[in-house]
Design a protein around this ligand. Structure first.
Ligand SMILES: Cc1cc2nc3c(=O)[nH]c(=O)nc-3n(C[C@H](O)[C@H](O)[C@H](O)COP(=O)(O)OP(=O)(O)OC[C@H]3O[C@@H](n4cnc5c(N)ncnc54)[C@H](O)[C@@H]3O)c2cc1C
Length: 478
């Protein structure tokens, strides 16, 4: 497996066409794109760290160790370790493990291509496994792309005014396909060696052109990355030193729009090409695993950081023993651990799917409940953190004032509490990153907007069985 430095070396040969804030930037030159690169490098280093290797890597049947980011789970224990990896990387980065979506897309594709080959006599699974072996051999970073721009949400892909709002096959030739369209909100795609692309939803007969899955290398001709731009991007561009930023090294969860302007994909890298009847299963399998990992486990790691920051601020302010503060911190822990417990339950109740394929997926009910719990719960956790941190988390001056001879003494004097101003300002800025930042909406929509999970949860629940239980005990004879 690669070290962080080897990853850094390996991406020097990539030349993604990235636009950020209205101009083209170099992956290794812009302060925001560098946060993605740094986060990836840290994930590589974590896998080589003896303290974390059990979580971050796994052993193949031949005895070779590979990154867990490139390993479709083969048992409930693997699923549990996968979820643990999400907790750990969130704790260590305070942003995405940008290889997370790619790993979950790989898991969904592993079972679905196996099923297609069995049912249809296609060659997709062999291609995928060949490709996976190459990814593992070279320990490459893979991001995952599902979310199409989708245009008018009330219309099907084929009914859209512009068909490009869903990635689709424009042409087929003897060697491969040409794809067109875009994927939005793509976490860390700019710093990945390649992206695994799958449909955003189940397709119907007549929508064959949209039923496409493939791997595309970073910087492929016709591929453009348009990066997200937020106040945090501007702040990082202006900051004289990253130490003044809330998450100095790894920053925000950075995404981009990936534009596919007639990108050629050779057949070796195509894993679905028109089989609409398998798209729903593919997306459903992705959702099962991603809701446990990104929806539940990852946010437990983030919550650990927010809870830690709130408890630290309480000490700095001198309120750590006050009953209502203890109660609020306890409530934050309750929410986070409920979500954590749901992810562990989803993993341990995981099942082989499809039967006989050898690949495992988490339990759907517990995975969806994990994501739903955190979607609401994360706002609550941030609410209590904002309460405990005080108004300072949003009204604080810049830490640079401490170095200003005209204001430094004032800020030291008036921002001091039970701890010096320096510590309070630094931790308040960390809290600002969460409570007044992008993570609320990010947690809500990442791994799918909550309405999707509610629909699944309702559909999965056997209400007739529950009604019968109630009737039986109430003495109502059928
Ligand atoms: C921080 C972050 C990171 C992400 N990373 C990735 C990534 O790496 N890869 C990736 O593929 N995606 C990624 N996503 C995208 C994520 O999966 C989507 O944001 C999510 O699926 C919602 O889609 P949308 O943003 O298009 O929302 P919209 O579709 O615009 O949803 C807005 C609202 O409309 C509702 N709605 C939409 N369509 C319908 C409908 N047909 N019927 C009823 N209600 C509807 C939704 O429930 C929601 O309430 C990321 C998102 C975030 C926020």
């Amino acid at each position: 497996m690669k070290t962080g430095s080897e990853y850094l070396e390996s991406i020097k040969s990539l030349h993604p066409r990235i636009f950020l804030g209205g101009r083209q930037v170099g992956l290794l030159e812009d302060p925001t794109t560098l946060t993605v690169v740094r986060a990836n490098a840290r994930v590589y280093d974590l896998a080589r760290d003896p303290r974390y290797e059990e979580t971050m890597s796994c052993t193949l049947p031949g005895g070779r160790r590979v990154s867990r980011c490139l390993y479709p789970p083969r048992s409930p224990r693997d699923l549990e370790k996968r979820a643990e990896m999400a907790v750990l990387t969130s704790q260590m980065l305070g942003t995405c493990n940008y290889r997370c979506v790619g790993q979950d897309a790989l898991t969904a594709l592993a079972g679905t291509t196996w099923e297609m080959d069995r049912d249809l006599g296609t060659d997709y699974h062999r291609r995928l496994i060949n490709h996976l072996t190459w990814l593992q051999d070279n320990d490459l970073a893979v991001s995952g792309a599902l979310t199409d721009p989708k245009g008018d949400r009330g219309k099907r892909p084929g009914q859209q005014e512009d068909p490009d709002v869903y990635v689709h096959i424009k042409e087929k030739s003897a060697d491969g396909i040409v794809v067109r369209g875009a994927k939005v909100s793509q976490s860390g795609a700019i710093g990945a060696h390649e992206t695994l692309v799958i449909p955003t939803m189940g397709m119907r007969p007549g929508e064959e052109g949209f039923a496409v899955a493939f791997a595309v290398p970073n910087g492929a001709p016709g591929l453009t990355y348009i990066a997200q731009y937020t106040p945090f991007t501007a702040e990082r561009q202006l900051a004289p030193d990253t130490k003044y930023l809330g998450n100095p090294l790894y920053g925000q969860r950075e995404t981009c729009i990936m534009v596919f302007d007639d990108v050629f994909i050779p057949y070796d890298h195509v894993f679905m090409c028109g089989e609409t009847q398998y798209t729903g299963r593919l997306v459903g399998r992705f959702a099962k695993t991603h809701r446990m990992n990104c929806g539940g486990a990852c946010k437990t790691g983030f919550a650990d950081l927010v809870i830690g920051a709130a408890a630290q601020m309480a000490e700095y302010t001198g309120i750590q023993k006050v009953p209502h503060i203890i109660e609020k911190i306890t409530d934050m822990i309750r929410i986070s651990e409920t979500c954590h417990a749901c992810t562990v339950a989803a993993a341990l109740k995981g099942r082989e799917e499809p039967a006989g394929a050898g690949y495992y997926l988490p339990d759907d009910v517990f995975g969806n409940v994990a994501k739903l719990t955190v979607a609401d719960g994360f706002w609550d956790i941030m609410k209590w953190a904002g309460d405990i941190g005080g108004g300072m988390a949003v009204t604080m001056p810049s830490e640079l004032e401490l170095e200003n001879p005209e204001t430094g003494e004032y800020v030291r004097k008036f921002m001091k509490a039970a701890a010096p101003a320096e510590l309070r300002l630094r931790m308040a800025k960390f809290l600002q990153n969460w409570c007044a930042g992008l993570h609320g909406a990010g947690t809500w929509h990442g791994a799918g907007s909550p309405q999707a999970q509610k629909m699944v949860l309702y559909a999965l629940t056997d209400l007739d069985a529950k009604k019968k239980l109630a009737r039986d005990l109430a003495g109502i004879v059928d």
